[in-house]
Design a binder for this molecule. Structure first.
Ligand SMILES: C[S@@+](CC[C@H](N)C(=O)[O-])C[C@H]1O[C@@H](n2cnc3c(N)ncnc32)[C@H](O)[C@@H]1O
Length: 497
């Protein structure tokens, strides 16, 4: 039995592909399950996958990437509560709730974030105005979602006051979703590749399908979109991750641009009921204004009438707005998570100035974000060829190696980074994590302490990087270092005591 047989079976049953760097995770998942089930060999294990659906799901649970957190891509939550929901409410003929599905909801942070954003905007009435569902193939992730208990890491993007409002502290590390919010979200097991969804998981007004399609090839994405289209009401919307727009523009839905954000509509927006319109401000102005308006402190927003905006525009391909070819512009687009546009700006810049190390580094940063590790590595190496002591390039190469599970190589690059710029606290932090994973307790302790010293030294600590926006949150890293140090110290005491 060959690896290609397992790959074909998994792709055929749930669409996931394991080519290139993904292959290593498939191999280690298979090894783990073969050992745990006591299968005699790969062929015996393959036979058990064919015969036993439970075993198939055990394997899939090991292979799915469940990365998620509260208030991921908040611009889209803002689009939801400020534009799409008011439009749907205006159209609704009856008092039935607006139905929202998160397809590929992982451990629940996404649907709970939507529930929070809706409560912030619509107050208590959100409980009856909206129905939320989350579906995922990973039963373990769904169980976590139903329980609704989360550690600090899930809260890295959520304002602390929202956590206070919607969660109860369970212990030092864990917060639980408050009951009323938890009861508003219904979770169910689903394989998105299969058209069968439960009877009560149909007729949605909006489907979030974010950060899931990246794991499928194009024909699979199209099949899944066709299934999702059958679950969506005629005037419904499909929202993909911000960096996934192009990859999902497959002709199943109409691509729409609104206020600088993209989403898909089942029906041509021109055929939707016309709205009273006011002229549309420039995209940057819309974003800046609405970002402030989204603030949880703006309670008065809740009672304002639905926003009457410019008509959403159906976007033909190519859909990118023209951008000025400068590294600053690309950086701004990255910070706004407009990765497709940033890549276009960088391509233009690199056409004009092939030796721009800033453009190569930003490109590597986006490619890393998209998990295109080989291309990210190539771009960072090119930057290093131009700027041999680029801390940014060392950190990017370290991250590529780390995410590929090549710990030794990652350590080598992060060491280079701190050698080039000792104040590069992200590199020290990653070293700490790698040493800890490798049980090099003393090295890990030293690295975490250096991070704490560097972070304590200044109000806004310099991370030693010149261009890439790593975006590691200082307070969270400080918390994690303290936490890991305490754990390492406890372990030390337990052994020596
Ligand atoms: C990276 S998470 C995205 C979570 C969330 N949507 C977000 O944006 O934060 C991807 C999720 O898709 C799920 N998934 C992958 N293939 C699937 C399939 N065929 N059917 C249903 N869910 C699937 C995985 O189990 C995983 O939880």
């Amino acid at each position: 039995m060959k690896l290609t047989d397992f790959k074909a079976l998994i792709k055929q049953r749930c669409g996931l592909t394991f080519e290139g760097v993904g292959e290593a995770s498939l191999v280690s998942g298979l090894q783990k399950r073969i050992a745990e089930t006591g299968a005699k060999n790969a062929s015996a294990y393959y036979a058990s996958l064919m015969a036993d659906e439970h075993e198939f799901h055990e394997l899939i649970a090991l292979l799915t990437i469940n990365e998620t957190y509260f208030y991921r891509e908040p611009e889209q939550l803002q689009l939801l509560v400020n534009s799409l929901i008011p439009r749907i409410l205006t159209r609704k003929q009856d008092a039935s709730p607006v139905r929202i599905l998160c397809a590929g909801c992982s451990s629940g942070e996404e649907p709970y974030s939507i529930a929070i954003a809706l409560r912030e905007k619509y107050g208590e009435s959100a409980a009856s105005l909206f129905m939320l569902a989350g579906g995922d193939i990973d039963k373990g992730a769904l169980e976590k979602a139903r329980i609704g208990c989360y550690t600090e890491f899930s809260f890295r993007s959520l304002a602390p006051e929202l956590r206070e409002r919607y969660f109860n502290r369970q212990d030092k590390r864990i917060w639980g979703v408050k009951d009323d919010l938890r009861q508003q979200v219904h979770f169910y097991h689903v394989n998105l590749l299969v058209a069968r969804h439960p009877d009560d998981a149909q007729n949605f007004d909006i489907i979030f399908f974010r950060n899931v399609s990246i794991y499928f090839d194009m024909p699979t994405r199209r099949v899944i979109q066709q299934h999702l289209a059958t679950l969506l009401n005629d005037d419904g919307y499909l929202i993909t991750g911000i960096a996934e727009t192009l990859a999902n523009n497959l002709g199943v839905f109409n691509l729409v641009e609104e206020g600088g954000l993209f989403y898909f509509a089942k029906q041509h927006p021109g055929s939707a009921k016309p709205l009273l319109l006011k002229p549309k401000p420039p995209a940057h102005q819309t974003e800046a204004t609405s970002r402030t308006a989204f603030s949880p402190h703006r309670a008065t927003q809740a009672s304002t009438p639905p926003v009457r905006e410019a008509p959403p525009q159906v976007v033909p391909l190519p859909l990118l707005t023209p951008v000025t070819a400068s590294a600053e512009e690309a950086l701004r687009l990255i910070q706004e998570k407009r990765y497709d546009e940033a890549m276009t700006a960088l391509a233009l810049l690199l056409e004009q100035y092939p030796g721009s190390s800033a453009a190569l580094l930003l490109k590597a940063h986006i490619l890393l974000h998209r998990k295109d590790y080989a291309a990210a590595e190539e771009s960072a190496q090119q930057a290093l060829g131009i700027e041999p002591w680029s801390t940014d390039a060392f950190v990017l190469l370290g991250l590529v190696a780390k995410w590929r599970n090549q710990a030794d190589t990652a350590v080598k690059w992060f060491k280079q980074a701190v050698y080039a710029r000792n104040e590069c606290w992200p590199a020290h932090y990653y070293l700490g994590e790698l040493y800890r994973a490798d049980s090099k307790v003393d090295n890990a302790r030293r690295a975490y302490r250096v991070v704490l010293q560097l972070l304590a030294a200044q109000q806004a600590p310099n991370d030693g990087l010149s261009i890439i926006p790593l975006g590691l949150p200082v307070s969270e890293v400080r918390f994690l270092c303290e936490h890991q140090l305490a754990k390492l110290d406890d372990g030390h005491k337990a052994i020596s005591g």
